[in-house]
Structure formats: structure tokens, C-alpha cells
Design a protein around this ligand. Structure first.
Ligand code: FDA
Length: 407
């Protein structure tokens, strides 16, 4: 079997790239080892797919992307923008809405987006094999030879779009990193990102009763100069913390580093308590009701006997301490929930070994890497999909330009 391009991995980046390349006249095969393609799109955005973000500024990728060199994604993001993808969604008649902070979601179901990508592939006469295992990839003078469990395949170019390590239950694998190493590309060590954080069981016990409670917070990590902060919702879980605030900060958090959480970011808790002391005889927990949810207020005052009394009987010092603890809660996670629960994988194929214009390996012509397998990680909010679309588009354009030139 002979193709111009074999795309390994039929997820967001792979399907999109295949559709564009096929429509540019290339003979494209997509191979995926899972029985169903695009499973991550299916479960994304709570089943609604947060497909892009209006706030993405391609001129400043460091604002919403991490990696050794976030500037790497600038060119691709500028050439295929959130507006471009949104126009495609509109062309397919998929209804969508903005949730908040520029996040665009489908109104109905993620299935709409999978159908759209498959329709784009059909329009490009893309062939799909799944489930199909790729056992071996070899480069020769004539291009690439692949051994698969459906037989041998040869192609002028190979695109690796196998994503990261998160959610192995639905097909994630380290295939892309192994192929990168096989062809001499460097791989930045990977870690789970956009992931819930866990805490020491015994020390967490007083807070485990708060499981299910969500509230808006400001969360920060890192030393002063490199401090990262997010204003988002935090969710208490049985084992630790989750919710958008924690998922976002988890991408920046490093082991042993503390997190700082302001549990009442829109209140001056100190002022509130000191003012209450001069006019109220209510319990401190009751005075906190306008500041934080009541379950949190109760759990908070339970940490110190000095806080379990009427506010007028409390010392100024203990009120200051309580205010400080609520607005600057410092805690050190013991770890993360790992790839099993992570939305993405940080790290990956080293961008120094790829062209930012084409996604082609610098030292291995005809071998391309797109999407999450690359050391580019977006914030929560549609940024990871936009990277998948943009890197897939840049790659497809480059493939067409290069293969149409060849005899
Ligand atoms: P993706 O993971 O989509 O696809 C990789 C494909 O390669 C899979 O089909 C897999 O089966 C296949 N594959 C793997 N190993 C293989 C092998 N050895 N041989 C053949 N095929 C192989 N992002 C966002 O922007 N908005 C959102 O709403 C969400 N929501 C979300 C929810 C959850 C629960 C998760 C886990 C993730 C998200 N994300 C997200 C992140 C987003 O899903 C992710 O960044 C993209 O899907 C990455 O696209 P890729 O195509 O690179 O990999």
C-alpha cells in the first residue's frame, strides 16, 4: 500500500491535518490503534468540547502556553487562528456559545466536532485504518516503510499525532516519544498537567469533609518574580483539590513547592472581622458567612479554639491570624492525580528539533510531529485544541508544498 502521507494518531491534530492535506490533493492514510478515533474530543469540555479560545493572542503565545520555548507555536497559531477554526465550525452548522474568558463550547455535543473532522477527511478522500497497530517505522531512500498489523505501508512522509500520556484508558501511549527518540530527536521529560493535586492523607483529614465544595479563589505558585496566579473556581475533593483554578496552577506547580490560595479574593477579611468585633456578638464562623461558604467557615474556625467564640471576645491577634490564613492559605501538595486524571501531558518532543513553520523534524526530512506530542502545553480553556488545529494545519500546508514539488 502506498500513500503520500501516513498520519499516526486519529485524534484532534491528526484528523484535522489529514483532512486539510487530503483536500490539498495528497493521498493520506490515518492509522489509529484505538477502535474509535478522537476519543479525547468526545470527552472534552464535559462532553461539549471547548474547541478554541477567542482570547488567544498568537503574538504572545507565552501568555497561554507552556513549554521550554512557547514562542515555537507563534507561527502556526498566527497562520491558523481561533477565528479560522470557528469559521469552519460555522460552515458545518454547529451551534456554539462562549462560556467565559473567551472559551467557545459546542451547544450540543462533542460528537458534532468529531463528525465535522471526519466529514473534512472524507472531503479529502482520507483513508482510515482503526484499530490498527503500527509495529515499526523505518526510513529509507524512497521515504518511509511502516509495518502494521494490516500489512506493510509505504509513504513519502509520516506525521506523528499520537498525543500525550494522559488518560491511558482511552488509548494514550508513549508511541510518539519512542519514534522521536528512534530518529534522534530529544524529548523533554513529561509530566501530568491540568491535573488535580493531592495532599497527605492525615493532614488533609480536616478538609476532606469539604469534598464537593466549590468557591472562587485566587491561587498562586512560584517565587515572587516567576509567580503565576489564576482567578478561578476551586473544588475540594476527598484526596485534595481540583477545579479550574487547581488544574491551571498544576501545570506550573513543581514538586515540594507551596501553593498560596486566597479563599476570599474579593474581601478584606481582616477589615471585616475587626469591624465586626466592635459591633457584634455573633460567633466568628457566622461573621464569615458573607465572606466564604458556610461549610468552609465552619471547617476553618474548627482549626483553632481561639476562633470558636463570639467575635467580640476574640483577640485582635487571633482575628488577624484567621484573616491571614483565609487569604493566604499556604499548602504543599504531595503530588498529582497523575496521567489517569490529567487533561494534558506537559513536556514532549523538543521544539529545538522541529521547524516551527512546518513541524518537520530538522534532521529527519519527511517526519513531522503535531499536537500534544510536542513540548507545547496550553492553558485550560480551548488552548490545547487550538494548538492541535494550528499545528495540524501548518503541517498539512508544508506537506502539500513539499510533496507537490516532488516528481
Ligand atoms: P489526541 O489525544 O487527541 O489523539 C491522539 C490519538 O493517537 C488518539 O486517537 C490515540 O488513540 C492515538 N494513538 C495513541 N497512541 C497510538 C499508537 N501507538 N498508534 C496509533 N495511534 C495511537 N482541550 C481543549 O482545548 N478543550 C477542552 O475542552 C479539553 N477537554 C479535555 C478533557 C479531558 C478529560 C482531556 C483528557 C483532555 C481535554 N483537552 C481539552 C485536551 C485535548 O483533548 C488534547 O490536548 C488534544 O486532544 C490533543 O490532540 P492530539 O491530536 O495531539 O492528541
Amino acid at each position: 500500500m502506498q500513500f503520500d502521507v501516513v498520519v499516526i494518531g486519529g485524534g484532534a491534530a491528526g484528523l484535522f491535518c489529514a483532512g486539510v492535506a487530503g483536500q490539498l490533493g495528497l493521498k493520506v492514510l490515518v492509522v489509529d490503534h484505538a477502535a474509535k478515533v478522537a476519543e479525547k474530543i468526545r470527552i472534552s469540555g464535559g462532553g461539549r468540547c471547548n474547541f478554541t479560545n477567542r482570547d488567544l493572542d498568537p503574538r504572545a503565545p507565552h501568555k497561554h502556553f507552556l513549554g521550554e520555548n512557547p514562542q515555537f507555536c507563534r507561527s502556526a497559531l498566527a497562520r491558523y487562528t481561533a477565528q479560522d477554526f470557528t469559521a469552519l465550525v460555522q460552515k458545518h452548522g454547529i451551534p456554539f456559545h462562549e462560556k467565559h474568558k473567551g472559551q467557545l463550547f459546542g451547544d450540543r455535543s462533542s460528537e458534532d466536532f468529531i463528525r465535522m473532522l471526519l466529514a473534512e477527511c472524507d472531503a479529502g478522500r482520507v483513508e482510515r485504518w482503526q484499530p490498527c497497530r503500527v509495529e515499526h517505522v523505518a526510513a529509507g531512500a524512497e521515504g518511509y516503510q511502516l509495518a502494521t498489523d494490516r500489512g506493510a505501508v509505504s509513504a513519502k512522509a509520516v506525521v506523528i499525532a499520537t498525543g500525550g500520556l494522559s488518560i491511558p484508558q482511552i488509548g494514550a501511549s508513549d508511541f510518539g516519544f519512542r519514534i522521536a527518540r528512534q530518529f534522534g530527536l530529544r524529548v523533554i521529560p513529561t509530566r501530568a498537567a491540568l491535573v488535580p493535586l493531592t495532599f497527605d492523607g492525615e493532614r488533609w483529614a480536616p478538609f476532606s469533609q469539604l469534598a464537593g465544595l466549590a468557591l472562587p479563589v485566587r491561587i498562586s505558585t512560584g517565587a515572587r518574580k516567576e509567580e503565576m496566579s489564576f482567578d478561578e473556581d476551586l473544588l475540594f475533593t476527598h484526596r485534595g483539590l481540583s477545579g479550574p483554578a487547581v488544574l491551571q496552577i498544576s501545570s506550573y506547580w513543581r514538586e515540594t513547592q507551596p501553593l498560596r490560595v486566597n479563599l476570599a479574593p474579593t474581601h478584606d477579611v481582616d477589615d471585616t472581622l475587626i469591624a465586626a468585633k466592635s459591633r457584634s456578638r455573633k460567633l466568628i464562623a457566622n461573621e464569615l458567612l458573607g465572606v466564604v461558604p458556610s461549610r468552609l467557615a465552619d471547617a476553618w474556625v474548627a482549626q483553632d479554639a481561639a476562633w470558636q467564640r463570639p467575635v467580640n471576645e476574640a483577640s485582635d491577634k487571633s482575628l488577624h491570624q484567621l484573616a491571614e490564613r483565609l487569604s493566604r492559605w499556604e499548602l504543599v501538595p504531595t503530588g498529582t492525580e497523575g496521567y489517569r486524571k490529567a487533561e494534558v501531558t506537559a513536556g514532549g518532543v523538543d521544539t529545538r528539533d522541529l521547524s516551527s513553520q512546518t513541524m518537520e523534524a530538522r534532521q529527519q526530512p519527511g517526519l513531522y510531529f503535531i499536537g500534544e506530542v510536542v513540548d507545547i502545553t496550553g492553558w485550560l480553556g480551548g488552548y490545547n485544541f487550538q494548538w492541535a488545529w494550528a499545528s495540524g494545519y501548518a503541517c498539512a500546508q508544508a506537506l502539500a508544498a513539499s510533496l507537490h514539488r516532488q516528481p
